[in-house]
Design a binder for this molecule. Structure first.
Ligand SMILES: Cc1ncc(COP(=O)(O)O)c(C=O)c1O
Length: 367
C-alpha cells in the first residue's frame, strides 16, 4: 500500500514500491484539477519571484480582501491557512474540543489531527444504501455527545452532498447543543454553483458553524498549500491566536490572489471537463464490473469487481505506472473500495485500458 502517510498523492512511496521514477506515474490517487493552475497563477509566480526577499503579510490582508468581496463575508470572519489542513489544525488548537465526532467514511486527517491534539473520537457510519451518507438522526444524536463534529460537504471519499434540509437540521442541532460543526467544503468548487448545498449565504446566523475550503484542489496548487476557514469572528480570533506567524508563504498568497482574479472561463472549463469525464469513467468502470458511487465532484468511490481487494488492484496498476487510492483503511468501507480522481480524457482512457488489461489478465489466470 502506498498510503503510509495516510493520503494519496505520494509519488515517492510509489517510486520506491514499483521501481518507476516518481514523476512518471499517472496519479489518480490525489484529486487535483486536471487543467493545472490558471495561467494567471503561473504569471503571478514568475513575476513575483523577486518577492522571495520579503516576508509575507502575516495578516493575509490582500487575499482576505479578495475573498471577502467574492464570498460576501467580512474579513474578520476569514482565516487563511497553509492548506485547508492547517485550517483544521487551527480549529482544533483554538477550540480545544475534548470529544470529536466523525461521520465515517471521511477524510482521515480529521481523526489524525483530533487525536494528535488530545481529543477522543466518536463515530457514526454512512450506509451503502445512502451512497455512504449517514442517517441525519444519527448525526444529530452524535452532535449531542461531542464538542465538535467534522462533516465533508461534499464528503471525501464518496463525493456526495447532504441535502439542504439535512444540513439545516444538523446546523440547528449544533447551535442547540453548543457543538461546533465543521463543514469541510474542500471540493465544493468542483460542483456547479446551482447544485452547491452550502450554508455560506447564511453563515452570519450561526455562532457554531465553521466552513473550511481548499484552494489546492480546484486551482491545482497542492505544492503551494492554501486554504481558508469561514466562521464567527471569535472563532477566527481563537484560530489566529494559534497560528505560527508567516505560516502561509508569500508565493501561496500571490497565487491565491491570482486564482481569485482568474476569469470565469477557467471555472467553466473545469466544471465542463469534470462533468463529462466523470460520466466517461462511470460508464467505463461499470462496464468493467466495478460498483461506482454517484459522486457530484471530481473523484469517484469504486468497489472492485469479483474477489479483487483494493490493495491488490493498487499494486497491479502501480506496477504499470497508474496510482489509485485504496480506501480499505476507511472505517465503514470494505477492503475492495478504492478512489480515483477524475482527470482529462487521455488520462482517464489510460486508466480504463490498464484496468481492463489487469482484470482481463486475471480472467486468463494470472495477476
Ligand atoms: C476532504 C479534504 N479536506 C481537506 C483536504 C486538505 O486540503 P489542503 O491541500 O488544502 O490542505 C483534503 C486533501 O486531500 C481533503 O481531501
Amino acid at each position: 500500500m502506498i498510503e503510509i502517510y495516510g493520503h494519496g498523492g505520494d509519488r515517492e512511496t510509489a517510486a520506491g514500491l514499483y521501481g518507476l521514477p516518481a514523476a512518471d506515474f499517472l496519479d489518480f490517487s490525489a484529486n487535483i484539477n486536471p487543467l493545472g493552475p490558471p495561467d494567471e497563477v503561473k504569471e503571478a509566480l514568475m513575476n513575483g519571484l523577486q518577492s522571495v526577499v520579503r516576508y509575507p503579510d502575516p495578516g493575509h490582508r490582500s487575499l482576505k480582501g479578495l475573498l471577502s468581496r467574492r464570498l460576501r463575508v467580512s474579513p474578520e470572519r476569514i482565516s487563511i491557512g497553509n492548506g485547508a489542513a492547517e485550517s483544521m489544525a487551527l480549529i482544533l488548537l483554538g477550540l480545544r474540543p475534548q470529544r470529536v465526532g466523525l461521520v465515517e467514511p471521511c477524510f482521515s486527517e480529521y481523526a489524525e489531527l483530533s487525536l494528535k491534539f488530545g481529543g477522543s473520537i466518536n463515530r457514526v457510519y454512512g450506509k451503502a444504501s445512502l451512497q455512504w451518507r449517514a442517517d441525519v438522526e444519527d448525526i444529530q444524536r452524535l452532535i449531542t455527545e461531542v464538542d465538535l463534529l467534522f462533516m465533508g460537504q461534499p464528503n471525501n471519499p464518496n463525493g456526495v452532498q447532504y441535502g439542504r434540509d439535512e444540513l439545516l437540521a444538523v446546523a440547528a442541532a449544533a447551535e442547540r447543543s453548543g457543538t461546533y460543526l465543521v463543514l469541510d467544503e474542500a471540493f465544493m468548487d468542483f460542483i456547479p454553483a446551482a447544485e452547491r448545498i452550502t450554508l455560506l449565504p447564511e453563515l452570519e446566523r450561526y455562532s457554531r458553524v465553521i466552513l473550511i475550503r481548499s484552494m489546492t484542489k480546484f486551482y491545482a496548487i497542492p505544492g503551494l498549500r492554501l486554504g481558508y476557514a469561514l466562521a464567527a469572528p471569535d472563532v477566527i480570533r481563537r484560530m489566529t491566536n494559534q497560528q505560527v506567524t508567516w505560516s502561509v508563504n508569500g508565493f501561496a498568497l500571490l497565487a491565491g490572489e491570482a486564482c481569485l482574479s482568474s476569469g470565469q472561463a477557467y471555472e467553466d472549463e473545469t466544471l465542463k471537463l469534470i462533468a463529462q469525464e466523470r460520466q466517461r469513467l462511470l460508464s467505463g468502470l461499470s462496464e468493467l464490473g466495478c460498483g461506482v458511487t454517484a459522486s457530484q465532484t471530481n473523484y469517484l468511490l469504486v468497489r472492485a469487481p469479483g474477489m479483487w481487494k483494493a490493495v491488490e488492484l493498487q499494486d497491479a496498476l502501480g506496477r504499470r505506472g497508474v496510482l489509485i487510492r485504496s480506501c480499505a483503511m476507511y472505517p465503514g468501507l470494505t477492503d475492495s473500495h478504492f478512489r480515483i480522481a477524475v482527470k482529462d480524457q487521455e488520462a482517464n482512457q489510460v486508466l480504463l485500458s490498464v484496468l481492463e488489461a489487469v482484470l482481463e489478465g486475471e480472467r486468463r489466470g494470472g495477476r
